[in-house]
Design a protein around this ligand. Structure first.
Ligand code: T5A
Length: 207
């Protein structure tokens, strides 16, 4: 019989180091002999990657409600085509961002109706087993993003007040659901943060 898979999401503001930590976590789980699927949002399936291009690029300033629904359209496709089949096959799915990002960015950041987002989450019908919320201070995040270089996307170009609201949103989300969310201090070096993530996984999921 195929064992049930696990669904782990990583969340946080810009420069928190989610993408890097998603990679380290996926590798560590592989090393422990788990079948792992690493994925990301927006994206993670062909249709969702198409919507990612629309959401991150371009010059259209969507209404907060339209932007919320575009993220959920991408997510519905990602869940149906990638995440659910992997979980059904017993895989550990490690996902860089999920619905908490819509709550934080479109809800707390852009002012979209939080009840509308909650309704979309309900329709999705998939809750992560564990959400790691990476918490980084603004100066450290700014230094990392400057060090990384490259072109900024539509969200990174928003002002400091927007990013402060997003970070406050993540704090509220984690505080409201401590059974699902583990807050990880992400200001330290890569391996220290990775160690904290592995400790949180060990405490909350049987690895
Ligand atoms: N979005 C997404 C919404 O608005 N609503 C939604 O519903 C969803 C799903 C996605 C954007 O879409 C928005 C949020 C985002 O703005 P993205 O390109 O996927 O865009 O961007 P991010 O998710 O923000 O990912 P980034 O790659 O830009 O940032 P990360 O993942 O936080 O950081 P990472 O790992 O790339 O690291 C950044 C740099 O810092 C270094 C890394 O090497 C890299 O150079 N670094 C560290 N350096 C020192 N010490 C550490 N501990 C470090 N960790 C990382």
């Amino acid at each position: 019989m195929v064992q049930a898979g696990r669904f782990i999401t990583l969340e946080g503001g810009e420069g928190a180091g989610k993408s890097t930590q998603t990679g380290l976590l996926a590798q560590a789980l592989c090393d422990l002999g788990r079948p792992v699927l690493r994925t990301r949002e927006p994206g993670g399936s062909p249709g969702s990657e198409l919507l990612r291009g629309i959401l991150l690029g371009g010059t259209i300033e969507w209404s907060a409600q339209a932007e919320t629904l575009l993220h959920f359209a991408a997510r519905a496709e990602h869940v149906a085509k990638t995440i659910r089949p992997a979980l059904a096959a017993g895989m550990w799915v490690v996902c860089d961002r999920f619905y908490d990002s819509t709550l934080a960015y479109q809800g707390y950041g852009q002012g979209a109706d939080l009840d509308l987002i909650a309704a979309q989450i309900g329709l999705l019908g998939l809750v992560p087993d564990l959400t790691l919320v990476l918490n980084v201070s603004a100066p450290v995040a700014a230094e990392r993003l400057a060090g990384r270089g490259g072109a900024s996307d539509r969200y990174e170009r928003r002002d400091a007040d927007f990013h402060a609201r997003v970070n406050e949103g993540f704090r509220r989300i984690a505080a409201a659901d401590p059974a699902r969310c583990a807050v990880v201090d992400a200001d330290m070096d890569l391996q220290t943060v990775h160690g904290r993530i592995m400790r949180a996984i060990g405490e909350r999921l049987a690895v």
